[in-house]
Design a protein around this ligand. Structure first.
Ligand SMILES: Cc1cc2nc3c(=O)[nH]c(=O)nc-3n(C[C@H](O)[C@H](O)[C@H](O)COP(=O)(O)OP(=O)(O)OC[C@H]3O[C@@H](n4cnc5c(N)ncnc54)[C@H](O)[C@@H]3O)c2cc1C
Length: 495
């Protein structure tokens, strides 16, 4: 077995040697067809695959292996992609080997953290999936209020570790979402109005770049890379470790759901906008027009008040009076409970189609379009919603150039979501409903959030997501990934 070193330069030479000189391990295995970066067919010899298998501390899975289907399954059941190879990495060294293999062979490569990609891009047909889901350690330093997490960690796992010390940082709203993908695209969540996006709390990362180097990215080391990974998605390499700043949160907060009949939606939403305009940063209210087929539509507010329960109850009293609630489940709750409250029932047997963009305001004209559309266009099947997730407050006070995340002016990340049963015949109908809604809503957007990238996203959306930061990102992409190995994402072209 050839020696491996994790010294970057040494590793590059080694990876090339390991993956270009054929040696036979696992005699009797067959060669493997794969898809190349440019879409051409490749043949990987049995020796190449065996070399990779021998190099990893984790596993290399191919079709037929016990864990193969589990490792390629995504939250979004609309995708059923079959990679030629899955490198189930156990640590940074495995990631370096997998990236070395991908570079040496020019194999189409996807990177999977928590598997919640809405666009399904973390798993690829015919290529190499770098699966980080087994890398799940979290280390909290309560004295310094810092946490380090590996890229397979899910939000609920992270929250539990940090909350054991009464600490938290901004993360998303569904506890089975992966911390890695969420962080790299930005990260909006229930304490984001007070503490900013997840990337605003990211103080360092370790990144395996396309040339197989393991680089530390922070304000002091590789600051350009540090800037780029804060919002630039998976474009710059595979992140093997994230370091976050934590804040004292809870554990007891105030929040939950309150919902109102759709019949009064127009006035309710206008009154809500007036109410929220003077609300403190502690308050997060996600607005959801729920149009699922089995119930009449309603307007639901998912709430988190990031302060004492007594203050939360007082601040939320006017929200309760905006109309006659159809249901009111607001009350004192732990942060961990609030974070898990929106979780779907598992296993999640649905496919989904999504459209999203950033809105500067929930203006009267936008409210009219939403209400008119829902009134006129019954949702066909499954679950549907038009959602407004707040992303202002502290997140909006960061300069657009300070991180790769450009669109800091937005108040809401507006999304249209449809979920249908898989197997089932809802896909076409639900997708058509979503697209028709989006045709009317998109004119109210200014830029996009890459983590809500849909499967048919176009290059202009990536440009609009990065705005004035795009040229710097394209130059950094050329420096760190000139061959665009990491292309299955909201892709920034090297320039
Ligand atoms: C139910 C649900 C709720 C959501 N709620 C929120 C929310 O409240 N706030 C919010 O901001 N977003 C939310 N999202 C969107 C979420 O941020 C993205 O789907 C995100 O990509 C999920 O990360 P993941 O690691 O689970 O995804 P994956 O599918 O594993 O990865 C997605 C992409 O991230 C990149 N990536 C992942 N890990 C790495 C890594 N270690 N190194 C380099 N690149 C990597 C790859 O390009 C990959 O294609 C939600 C999504 C779902 C499905």
């Amino acid at each position: 077995m050839r020696r491996r070193t994790f010294c970057a330069a040494g590793f590059t030479a080694l990876a090339t040697a390991t993956f270009t000189h054929r040696r036979v391990f696992g005699a009797g295995s067959a060669e493997l067809g794969a898809v190349g970066l440019d879409g051409r067919q490749l043949t990987l010899s049995a020796a190449d695959v065996a070399d990779l298998r021998a190099a990893l501390r984790g596993e290399v899975l191919t079709a037929g292996d016990t864990d193969y289907d589990d490792a390629r399954r995504l939250w979004n059941g609309a995708f059923n992609r079959k990679p030629a190879l899955i490198a189930r990495c156990a640590g940074a060294a495995d990631v370096m080997h997998a990236v070395g293999f991908a570079s040496a062979h020019g194999v189409l490569t996807s990177v999977r953290g928590g598997g919640h990609s809405l666009s399904g891009q973390s798993v690829c047909d015919g290529g190499l999936e770098i699966d980080l889901s087994q890398m799940r350690s979290v280390h909290v330093d309560p004295a310094r209020k810092l946490a380090r997490a590996e890229p397979g960690v899910l939000l609920g796992q992270f929250d539990r570790e940090a909350q054991a010390f009464g600490l938290a940082t901004t993360a998303g709203t569904a506890s089975d979402t992966g911390l890695a993908g969420l962080t790299l695209g930005g990260g909006m969540g229930r304490i984001g109005q007070k503490y900013g996006l997840t990337i605003d709390n990211l103080i360092g990362a370790e990144v395996v770049t396309a040339d197989c180097k393991l680089l530390r990215a922070s304000a002091d080391e590789n600051p350009d890379l540090y800037w780029a990974v804060r919002g630039g998605g998976g474009n710059f390499g595979v992140v093997t470790s994230f370091e976050y700043r934590l804040h004292e949160v809870g554990p007891m907060l105030y929040g939950g759901d309150i919902w109102f009949p759709f019949s009064g939606a127009r006035q309710l939403l206008r009154s809500f906008v007036d109410y929220i305009a003077s609300a403190p940063d502690e308050l997060y209210v996600n607005v959801d027009i729920d149009v699922s087929e089995k119930d009449p539509p309603d307007v639901s507010f998912n709430v988190c008040y990031c302060g004492s329960p007594a203050d939360g109850e007082r601040v939320l009293a006017p929200l309760r009076r905006l109309g006659k609630p159809a249901g009111d489940k607001l009350g004192p709750a732990t942060y961990v409970k609030l974070q898990g409250a929106a979780d779907p029932v598992k296993p999640f047997p649905y496919g989904g189609y999504f459209k999203g963009g950033l809105a500067r305001a929930l203006s009267p004209a936008l409210i009219d379009v939403v209400v008119d559309y829902v009134e006129a266009t019954p949702f066909p099947s499954g679950f549907g919603e038009i959602n407004f997730q707040p992303c202002s407050g502290a997140a909006g006070r960061v300069a657009p150039e300070a991180t790769a995340f450009w669109n800091r002016h937005a108040s809401y990340n507006m999304g249209v979501y449809a979920l249908w049963k898989v197997p089932g015949d809802g896909a076409e109908r639900d997708t058509a409903w979503t697209r028709a809604a989006w045709e009317q809503l998109e004119p109210f957007t200014e830029g996009y959030y890459v983590n809500l990238g849909e499967s048919d996203a176009h290059a202009h959306r990536v440009q609009a997501a990065y705005g004035g930061n795009y040229p710097r990102l394209a130059a950094l992409k050329k420096r760190y990934d000139p061959a665009n190995l990491f292309r299955l994402n909201a892709n920034i072209k090297p320039a």
